[in-house]
Write a protein that binds this ligand. Sequence first.
Ligand SMILES: Nc1ncnc2c1ncn2[C@@H]1O[C@H](COP(=O)(O)OP(=O)(O)OP(=O)(O)O)[C@@H](O)[C@H]1O
Length: 290
Amino acid sequence: MSIESRAATTDDDGGDSGGGADARADSASAVEQDAGGAGTARSAADAAPVVASDLTKRYDETLVFDGLDLRVDPGEVCCLLGPSGCGKTTLLHLLAGLEDPTGGRVEIDGEAVTGPDYRWGVVFQDPLLYPWLSVRENVEIGPRLRGEEPDADHVDELLELVGLDGVADADTADLSGGMAQRASLARTLANDPDVLLLDEPFSALDQLTKMELQDELLRIVDELGVTAVFVTHDIDEAVYLGDRVAIMGPVPAGIEHVERIDSETRSRDDEAFLAERAATFEHLEAVGLE
Ligand SMILES: Nc1ncnc2c1ncn2[C@@H]1O[C@H](COP(=O)(O)OP(=O)(O)OP(=O)(O)O)[C@@H](O)[C@H]1O
């Protein structure tokens, strides 16, 4: 099934592409019944919560945040938004176990995060594909590095999910920026993560490709029933993708406000969306927009 027809299936089932965690649960279970494939789909209700408690991070002279708390509910998309240098990437790295906190703890699905793990997959701004491997081989690398034989059907399904089934054997050098980021996302998804942690993955892309990938990400999060934390400095992106937007202030403020987004407004030209955007912008201005 193509990604477009998957979307049509979801719409026919009464969901909208981005109807929040509840709609994600509905559409994910609809796809689960429909997929019959390699078992990538599961319910958002089974997705993992991400909890940061009393988190502190200091780099020498710089106290980035002190006593930060964040809870991301299962199946939710939480966007981290804030001025340059406020600690968005640092927080994402702590959630991913890529760096150790100075104090406090992170738990994913009730398990303490003490280092990187394929169950919490990271997608970076730079796709970082292995240039000597084909697109398919890049997607297969996670299971191979764990000493597992990749499930060919699962890889096919993921390539189809991200719209790269036609270029599976291509060299990564021949991919556009958007296609490379799709491949990077599929490579992360091949590990079947419970949580997706994304650090400005679309910021280097042109506006149209960016909007297309935003919609596809929402669909993928719906279909696979994962929890997502998405770092961005783009207000429109945060309000469009997020079930909640956590607004961070200049160091060492941490999270100063969490804006809950009404998923019904998830339309780029809806008046309510513009109202959500305006409300988020006001909070961002209040913390010191750069
Ligand atoms: N490895 C490091 N060593 C020292 N200071 C660091 C390190 N990483 C980040 N910082 C500092 O921590 C603060 C937060 O940086 P971080 O990159 O997390 O912010 P950000 O909100 O992601 O910024 P941007 O939006 O510009 O990417 C900054 O003052 C930065 O200089």
